[in-house]
Design a binder for this molecule. Sequence first.
Ligand SMILES: [Zn+2]
Length: 310
Amino acid sequence: MHVAWPRTGSPRAVAASPEERSDDQELSRIGVMSGPGHVTSSAGEPAEELPRWVTLLRAPNPGPMTLDGTNTWLLRAPGVEQGLVVDPGPEIAEHLIAIAERRPFAAILITHGHADHVEGARSLSERLGGTPVLAKDPRHCVGGAPLSAGPLKAEGINVEILSTPGHTRDSVSFVASIGDDRAVLTGDTILGRGTTVVAWPDGHLGDYLASLDRLSSYRGVVALPGHGPALADAGAAAAFYHAHRTARLEQVRDAVKAGAATAQEVVARVYADVDRSLWWAAEWSVRAQLDYLHERDREFPSGSAGLDPP
Ligand SMILES: [Zn+2]
């Protein structure tokens, strides 16, 4: 178990009870929501070409919450021996072997602690003979100090660590550059398709909106997301997400004004267009939104305590 997930207060699932899922199963599924009729359009134009020092290895773990699978990004400066791995993905031997075949690597970087991104990190590190694993959350680090905002010394590549909490508390993005050639590795903060889940209660909507503001300054810079295709413009995608979140927030506010008395009732009104099998994940986002509205307006009923009857 790599990520602590509070069992109490976790939302009741609509389609399947959370008790029927293991925590790891649940965590590996909470990357993304992209149900039919939801925001399934791309958050921006796909990138036509990637920097030549970037390679994508996609893990074979497709699913409704992971799109085509988790993206493992390999970065290696031309003529430099040591590369970097960003998000080794789940513990799937064939995927970890495919990464290891591209050795050597100076470090394994982690965007956030969800199992579908970090689960394979420890065994990949062992496979590579002890390559350090660097994450913001010390629980995921192996042989190195936790990441903090600022520059990271890497072989031939400049890597700036941006603190981008919201999807989870420990989410970071990496701005990688060689000269003027830049790319932003966004983890699950921005995805290549659909919208992401604010994984309440670890995630926080206010933090998430601030992180999107931070990323919106990367106009014209390629986004390399944790799932889905690379996007041509990270800044435009961040602005799109921000607008989408703000619109959803208004819908949630309206649903409560119109009489929705539980988080599930809000989901039923606001996410009516989303496949019911994903409503349990929608409920996390709704709880995050209710908490945010309550923080900003104390008159607003509290999502995690006051709105639901005991
Ligand atoms: Zn995630």
